[in-house]
Design a binder for this molecule. Structure first.
Ligand SMILES: *Cc1c(COP(=O)(O)O)cnc(C)c1O
Length: 361
């Protein structure tokens, strides 16, 4: 019962059982919902990440992933702080846009979109910019598919009393992330990426003491992360404003399916296998990837146009007729298109896609 397979990294193809979980209506403040669905989701997120509920907590917030990035930056960075944003793609730059709107004191270090943010990048930035209190960066840069080595950034700020904010939107749930080891204070992700739910809310996993310290900092009512957390804690899972009930139910089902699959480690293996199948097959068909393999993550891949007069719209349309929806490229200095391999997608689907591409080339 699928119109097509979404080979885009969110919204992505969900399982039928996740979609079925939306076939009923629920009351947004009833305890069956708050205690029976929202609270287990909040606990489940910590469990998935292997975190101790004494030190870490999770907050859910309406909207897409960007709303949660905005809520986090708006809460965590005070006017007296200094935020370092390291960017190598559109999502990193979006954090700087948020900082502009909020008039946060920040410095943006922008790298080329094919260049990794390494330990060296961080050390160099810190050496050149005194007084940094917060570091924000993207883990899996969906702009290109690049995977930043956050463990190197973590190492570079260790012991420096710098709050570490990670946009793990397109990696959390699909790539293992050890928050305590990396010293991540705020990790942001959303329902419609690697946990394989549908769009409608995002979530923040935070060190409890760091989140508690943001009380009164927010400059937006609806995006007040602390107030949202407080309401959920005191109200047993209550959201401050109307929650996307159907989406939340679908997410709960998606979380159960992630556990059944074997957790994050197992999903990571499947995504890597999908990715390997895709890239090997595309290379056999004569396509080249934008990124070198060392910089490439297992979530989405940018492919260069095979020839200068490549007609992407025609390619897109023909693939859609065959049941596959792909993504245009998102960088300015190379002609690319992107194919995602996260979601309810398996190596066989990648094989079918490759066959479809072979037949239309
Ligand atoms: C999807 C995504 C976001 C959030 O984008 P929305 O359109 O707000 O959902 C942020 N950062 C990264 C890296 C993403 O992949």
């Amino acid at each position: 019962m699928r119109n097509y397979l979404l080979l885009t990294p969110g919204p992505l193809s969900t399982s039928e059982s996740v979609r079925e979980a939306m076939l009923q209506d629920w009351c947004t403040w009833d305890k069956d919902y708050n205690e029976g669905v929202v609270t287990p989701i909040r606990q489940g997120l910590l469990h998935l990440a292997g975190l101790d509920a004494d030190r870490y907590t999770s907050v859910l917030l309406q909207g897409s992933g960007t709303y949660c990035v905005e809520a986090t930056l708006g809460a965590a960075v005070k006017p007296t702080d200094k935020l370092l944003i390291l960017a190598n793609g559109a999502y990193g730059k979006r954090m700087a846009q948020i900082a502009d709107y909020y008039r946060l004191p920040y410095v943006l270090v922008s790298l080329h979109e094919t260049e990794l943010i390494t330990g060296q990048t961080v050390r160099k930035a810190l050496a050149g910019i005194p007084g940094i209190t917060h570091l924000a960066m993207v883990h899996s840069e969906t702009t290109t598919g690049l995977l930043n080595p956050i463990e190197e950034a973590a190492e570079a700020i260790r012991g420096k009393n710098i709050t570490f904010i990670v946009d793990a939107m397109s990696s959390f749930g699909g790539i293992p992330i050890d928050l305590p080891k990396l010293g991540i204070d705020f990790l942001v992700s959303s329902a419609n990426k690697c946990i394989q739910g549908v769009p409608g809310f995002g979530f923040v996993i935070a060190r409890k003491d760091k989140l508690a310290a943001t009380r009164g900092n927010a400059r937006s009512l609806s995006l007040d992360l602390y107030a949202q957390w407080e309401a959920m804690e005191k109200g047993g899972g209550k959201w401050r404003f109307t929650s996307p009930t159907h989406v939340v139910h679908a997410f709960y089902q998606a979380m159960k399916e992630l556990e059944q699959e074997g957790g994050i480690a197992a999903r990571y293996e499947r995504y890597k296998q999908n990715h390997r199948t895709l890239v090997d097959g595309m290379r056999r068909l004569g396509f080249r990837t934008l990124l070198p393999d060392e910089a490439q993550g297992p979530v989405i891949t940018s492919f260069l146009y095979p020839q200068a007069d490549f007609d992407f719209n025609r390619f897109y349309g023909l693939l859609k007729e065959k049941g596959f929806v792909i993504y245009p490229g998102k960088i300015s200095d190379a002609d690319t298109f992107r194919i995602g391999n996260i979601g309810d997608i398996f190596p066989e689907d990648m094989e079918r896609l490759l066959e479809a591409i072979r037949s239309i080339r």
